[in-house]
Design a protein. Sequence first.
Length: 199
Amino acid sequence: MPINPKTGKQREVTEEERVRVIERRGDGKTYRQIAGEVGLSMSEIARIWKGWKIESKLHAAHRSGRPQKLNICDIRHLRQLVDKDPSTSLSEITVRSGLNVTPWTAGRYLQKEGYWVRIARKKPYLDSRKMRKRYIWCLLRRKWGPERWKTKVYTDECVVVMGTRGGPKKVRRATRAHSPTDSRYLAPTYHSGRFSAPF
């Protein structure tokens, strides 16, 4: 294959070069003469002419490219690990999978499957008991009218976090297949380590 003078790497022979080789060879010129005119090696010119005589081939053959590092089962295994624990880092996922790949490769395959890193949405942590209490609270007040609600006073609060590590929680999820409000992709908030200043 010819060498690209800019990159120093091999490049594909263009269709124009193949046509020039076939025309000159059809005119009876030798491989050496064609090589001097076109700028290709004699072995490359011989391959082009042989392909044209036997198969009338003008274009380069299709190449399958580099073989895939992971098969379908390996990719499915990665997806199961991410779905089970979306906040796990790529390094931990790679170790748990037992696959002989780097975290970067595992992340690349997950991106092809639609899994991207997203910041988890914050939501107060509620266990089953608290959920039921809120549900009952809403049932008891669902028929209240505007005048009844005006008799209630609600205050907002400014939350100050003390002694806890900041930064948003990140999760890995399939953007189209999984809802951001799924409990697996939420960042629960707690009252520990903080105090409120009403205003």
